[in-house]
Design a protein around this ligand. Sequence first.
Ligand code: PLP
Length: 405
Amino acid sequence: MKDPIHREQLIQLGNKYGTPLYIYDSEIIEKQYIKMKKAFSSVKNLKIFYACKANTNLNVLKFLQKLGSGLDTVSIQEVEIGLKAGFTSKNIIFTPNCVSIKEIKKAVHFGVRINIDNLSILEQFGGEYPDYPVGIRINPHIMAGGNYKISVGHIDSKFGISYYQIPHMKRILKNTGLQIEGFHMHTGSDISNIEYFLQGSKILYKIAMDFPNLDYIDFGSGFKVSYKKNDIQTDLTFLSNYMIEKFQYFCKNYGKIVTLILEPGKFLVSESGYFLVNVNVIKQTTSTVFAGVDSGFNHFIRPMFYEAYHGIENISNPNGRFRFYTVVGYICESDTFGLNRKISEIREGDILCIKNAGAYCYSMSSNYNSRYRPSEVMIFNGKDFLIRRRENMKDILRNIIEIQI
Ligand SMILES: *Cc1c(COP(=O)(O)O)cnc(C)c1O
């Protein structure tokens, strides 16, 4: 089911499992994983850690674990899912932001790698666990990423320890005896200009030279995928050529070959996902033609939250006459999937396919409007498997405690 998508297969799955429905093609995840591995194949110690907040279905995690990936996590719950999926603790990095020392203690209990991103926690951690080496997330003060909401390495960002605070950090390390095992940065998502990666890495290398016992340097992620025809995406080969050269130069100066870590989320899973919705209503208004579907931003928030563009195709009528539609959801609030899109003629009952639905879609879904979250299907070894059932009223009411009123 590679691009262009096999419409018949998608329609079949839509009919078999019902809509709304998420479908993930494991072949595409594998293809992306191998593409990244290949681009950096001349780096002996490369390690890819899948950033699982993009898609935390246990089966997606298991699949990536089998491929040889590690796991990047941002909450203790993701750590636990990762362990359940079969990742060893040393193959899990915990990179939280603004969590309590209590949550970080749990990560120590699980034995995973920990990235600390503020001096207060570093001081508390060093006081308690001087023998548990950690990584440090650096804020390199770079404005990178597709838009402000997904830019996380600039001076106003809450993430990371500023590189201007290195003297204070060193003092904490000296006072507590804590060792640093790696440096980390992650400056944003959808980074199209590779210059930002290079700028950031330069800063990490400079800092790293003062720390002789490092195991790894972690460049985070932000690799952009394409969302529409002729869209720019991170040119991996171009980027890796530059990065590898600088990395090897660093290792030579440093006197040791450290591990180079990357933490792709979107890059690995975005394009593997298709979201199928059914058209409930065609509504002609004075300004446009709306196609109203059986889903909304409760299931798929990226267009409303980030103004993200996702391709939409009418897989029920691919050869129809192309017309302009605004595709909207059924949530009682402005709820747009795509504005003024050229789509082959849509009829009530048609199934639309929304693309790039593998990353930050299901994992950001909610029960808003008391709607059930959709089911998820994975294509694996050429067969389709239900990997999460659709919710029902029991799920909606599960945690409610009824009192006498
Ligand atoms: C979200 C996140 C990533 C993945 O970002 P993508 O843009 O999805 O590749 C990597 N590292 C950290 C620490 C993250 O929080």
